[in-house]
Design a protein around this ligand. Structure first.
Ligand code: NAD
Length: 477
């Protein structure tokens, strides 16, 4: 992405060809303010139309997404350089619409009961949606992460403005066309193209912000939201550990860890980024993981080849390269991969296994966001626990053990919100349970599970007194 100061537009790079072949404008603060005024007006009808109407509208949108599927997938392929995950994003969003449409009726029910302290008083728990949500999304799963928060918010009755990442904005155009074909929805769900300037302006214009991105930007978003006095739901980075306890099935562990580390070229918040294996199985595990990793080819030259796509954001290669150089400079050994490659204008890296690593190395402590699998040995379970928690992140984790009870006991002590047991990276596939981010990985109610929807409401209590009123004399001293 490069910026043209003359036109206030951005040129967008294609990750496979390296060509800057797409342009987007930067939406200004004044444009966002005007849009917000219009959306607040439309939101009245959207909220008052009721849940059944909103479900019907979202189902209609789902049908439009299906019919425009080829165009959306093509745009996502140009954004990200990958095919299967592009398809997965489309089906993921459509599945999300169905899941929330199924769950919303129960979650939105008004609850009523009589007070225990004043039995003549009936209590009604009402839900009042925030009028306008601002979504700010990252480049790694551009479509899915633009709608993971917007869909439940729309069902709650909010309007939403979506600002996709300026690194991967192509998908927005075919998706906006599907929205334009759905009356009602088109009045409450616009995209705004732009970079951080548009993101910052969006926060000033909305009532709640859902941000997915880096810790550095997340801190700026939190500060801006505090200034506007609005809630900010922040889903940030991770440095997820996988711990393989003694006696584990290491073939199973290596298979799961490889998939969870290198899917999407490691450009996923819930990627496994560091691995701890008991010293009794360390050598065997490293050999097994190395073998599996070296048989996982790049998706090159054709989109339909191999497994590992290009790096979407070319600058990420600098961080990945620096982590490898720092680790090898401090004694780590590259078992396979390890080189930043340049093919056809794209920047690539093969699945990379590093051994002989320790916590003096950046690769064990800072988010890499690439397909690196540093493997460290430990002697005792308490040492493994200390190492796994030795991080300022706390997004998710994985534990492998010969017994599920052992794994669960270990997981209870891990400082992370979503923990896969005898598998890894399950939070990317199963969305039904609530999970909070620990430490710098985020803040706010879970986007998964029931709070994924209920967080978009302010709760209201109505106190319906069906008995007599208390006179002032009752307050006499
Ligand atoms: P980023 O923080 O660079 O950008 C994210 C978004 O913020 C972009 O749309 C950008 O335009 C916008 N932005 C930039 N400056 C802003 C500002 N001052 N105010 C408001 N918005 C601003 O993140 P990225 O590089 O696009 O994404 C990668 C990061 O996202 C990684 O750290 C990854 O772990 C994280 N991530 C987290 C999750 C999760 O669910 N926890 C999911 C995916 C990605």
């Amino acid at each position: 992405m490069t910026r043209s100061p003359m036109t206030n537009s951005l040129s967008i790079r294609n990750p496979r060809s390296g060509k800057y072949d797409y342009e987007i404008p930067v939406t200004t603060a004044a444009e966002i303010e005007t849009l917000a005024v219009r959306l607040r007006k439309s939101q009245d009808g959207w909220r008052d139309g009721g849940l059944d109407m909103r479900i019907a509208v979202l189902q209609q949108w789902k049908a439009e997404l299906a019919s425009a599927g080829d165009d959306i997938i093509a745009a996502l392929q140009a954004d990200t350089g990958r095919r299967k995950i592009a398809e997965g994003e489309l089906f993921g969003v459509m599945g999300m619409i169905d899941r929330w449409c199924d769950q919303a009726p129960a979650l939105l029910q008004t609850k009523q009961w009589n007070s225990a302290t004043m039995p003549d008083v009936a209590l009604q728990q009402r839900l009042d949606p925030y009028p306008l949500l601002g979504v700010i999304s990252p480049w790694n799963f551009p479509f899915l992460l633009s709608f993971i928060d917007a869909i439940p918010a729309l069902l709650a009755g909010c309007a939403a403005i979506v600002k996709p990442s300026e690194v991967t904005p192509r998908f927005a155009s075919p998706v906006a066309e599907t929205i334009a074909r759905v009356p009602m929805l088109r009045d409450v769900l616009p995209f705004i193209p732009g970079d951080g300037r548009s993101g910052a302006a969006l926060i000033a214009a909305v009532d709640v912000v859902a941000f997915t991105g880096s810790v550095a930007t997340g801190k700026k978003v939190a500060a801006a939201a505090a200034e506007s006095f609005i809630p900010a739901f922040l889903e940030l980075g991770g440095k997820d550990p996988a711990v393989v306890l003694p006696g584990s099935d290491i073939d199973r562990a290596a298979t799961a860890i490889l998939r969870a580390s290198v899917t999407a070229t490691g450009q996923a918040c819930q990627s496994i980024e560091r691995i701890y294996v008991h010293e009794s199985q360390y050598n065997e595990f490293v050999a097994m993981l190395t073998d599996k990793a070296s048989k996982t080819p790049l998706s090159y030259p054709e989109l339909s080849d191999g497994v590992i796509g290009p790096l979407i954001f070319d600058k990420q290669a600098e961080i990945i390269g620096a982590h490898i150089a720092d680790a090898t400079g401090k004694g780590a050994k590259i078992e396979t991969g390890g080189e930043i490659l340049h093919h056809g204008g794209g920047v690539w890296i093969e699945p990379t296994v590093l051994s002989d690593v320790d916590h003096s190395m950046d690769v064990m402590r800072e988010e890499t966001f690439g397909p690196l699998m540093p493997v460290m040995s430990y002697a005792t379970k308490s040492e493994a626990l200390e190492l796994a928690n030795d991080t300022h992140y706390g997004l998710s984790a994985a534990v492998f053990a010969p017994s599920e009870d052992d794994a669960v006991r270990f997981a209870e002590k891990l400082e992370a919100g979503g923990i896969s047991i005898n598998d890894a990276g399950m939070t990317a596939m199963v969305f039904e349970a609530c999970k909070n981010a620990f430490k710098l990985s985020g803040i706010g109610p879970s986007r998964m599970g029931a709070t994924g929807l209920t967080r978009f409401f302010r709760q209201k209590a109505l106190y319906l007194n069906r008995g007599g009123v208390i006179p002032i004399e009752a307050r006499a001293e």
